[in-house]
Design a protein around this ligand. Structure first.
Ligand code: SF4
Ligand code: SF4
Length: 375
């Protein structure tokens, strides 16, 4: 049985968060059940990009502070690491308020800049993941609950994609990003290569709408903990009432028959799930309807049944961040404007995820607009 614990938590005051995480972990045996004295414990928050805590893009620093304190109390050594989607880790940590917590608590910030090759155990033959992630004695995953334009929701499983070093993420988007089911499978295979020992989700203020970086903060008022990130995600999706057909990771986990995806094997405690549920959580715009078309045909007519990014000229500073991150190199800055080659574009929406100025909008193909009325 997978035990998932919920704790009602309002706001990010230091004492509130600290007390809530302690009570959250009690039914699971406390931090001592996961961490032993002398161990090096990697804490893996969501450090997607340099945004302040109130933007709800990154894991709140007070969640990190509380977990650092509890790991120390056990006699272990906490370190914090991630590989941001855009920008240097230190800059992202600074802007998100996390660097201040690290300085105040004397905690090391670890760059994920050295990849280590590991053989895949499933569909994908090889992965390059960050050495500090693979070599830590323990990993505590600290995701932020958010919507995600491509996967619909990002929570415990998706947060582990940060273990892929820098530009490696672009390569994965290029390889698997056109097919959401394949991308979800890739995320799950990364999880299986190095399972986190514990997952604590910051869903006190989540992100709804146009996530994972341009959505709106939404008070959900919860912390969620569990050992199995697949089960954590199943419950997080249930809290947000996201339909299964939009949950690519959950569907891929079912196909792979992974532990934790079967709802009958998940026990929830700490707070009533039906009371925790959010009835009007805004999901990201539906971005495709593919009806299982053969890939060659789908490529030809995809402009009609997919959503696609477009530059908003009055907001775009032509900084080039999106162009440099675009997996297939479909973006170009010329004559003072940003252009997208839609024949090359794989609709991964990395550009929207990474643009610091919200300068990329989404347009829906004609067929997608019609079909949305029926699905
Ligand atoms: S769309 Fe955003 S990331 Fe891309 S060039 Fe413009 S401002 Fe920069
Ligand atoms: S233009 Fe944007 S959505 Fe298209 S491939 Fe590039 S990053 Fe992905």
């Amino acid at each position: 049985m997978n035990h998932i614990v919920l704790k009602k938590t309002e706001g990010y005051s230091r004492d509130t968060v600290d007390g809530a995480i302690r009570r959250l972990l009690e039914p699971l045996g406390g931090m001592g059940a996961f961490v032993k004295p002398g161990e090096r414990v990697l804490l893996k928050p969501n450090l997607l990009s340099a945004k302040p805590p109130e933007a709800a893009v990154t894991t709140n620093p007070e969640v990190l502070r509380a977990v650092i304190g509890m790991v120390r109390e056990v006699g272990a050594l906490p370190v914090v690491g991630d590989s941001p989607g855009v920008g240097r880790l230190r800059r992202v940590a600074e802007k998100s308020g996390i660097l201040q917590v690290l300085e105040e608590t004397g905690t090391e910030l670890v760059e994920f800049d050295e990849p280590l090759q590991v053989d895949g155990a499933g569909f994908f033959r090889r992965f390059e993941l960050a050495r500090p992630y693979l070599e830590a004695d323990r990993v505590i995953n600290l995701p932020k609950l958010k919507t995600h334009g491509m996967m619909t929701m990002t929570c415990a499983v998706k947060n582990l994609f940060g273990a892929v070093v820098g530009a490696g993420k672009i390569a994965w988007h290029l390889r698997a990003g056109e097919d959401r089911d394949l991308f979800a499978r890739m995320l799950l295979e990364i999880y299986l290569l190095r399972k986190p020992d514990l997952n604590i989700v910051d869903a006190i203020v989540a992100m709804e709408g146009d996530g994972p970086s341009s959505g709106d903060p939404r008070n959900v008022g919860l912390l969620i903990a569990g050992v199995n990130p697949v089960a954590v995600d199943v419950i997080a999706a249930e809290i947000l009432k996201i339909p299964k057909r939009l949950l690519y990771v959950e569907r891929a986990a079912e196909k792979m028959a992974l532990a934790g995806v079967d709802r009958s094997t998940i026990q929830v405690s700490g707070y009533p799930l039906d009371t925790a549920q959010v009835s009007d959580f805004k999901l990201p715009p539906l971005s495709d309807v593919q009806f299982g078309l053969p890939r060659f045909l789908a490529r030809h007519i995809r402009h009609y049944f997919t959503a696609y990014p477009y530059p908003i000229a009055e907001k775009c500073r032509l900084c080039g961040i999106c162009r440099d991150a675009c997996p297939p190199g479909a973006m170009e800055i010329r004559d003072g404007s940003l252009f997208i080659d839609y024949q090359k574009c794989i609709r991964c929406f990395c550009c929207r995820e990474l643009c610091p100025d919200h300068a990329l909008g989404v347009r829906e193909g004609r067929l997608l607009r019609i079909m949305k009325k029926y699905i």
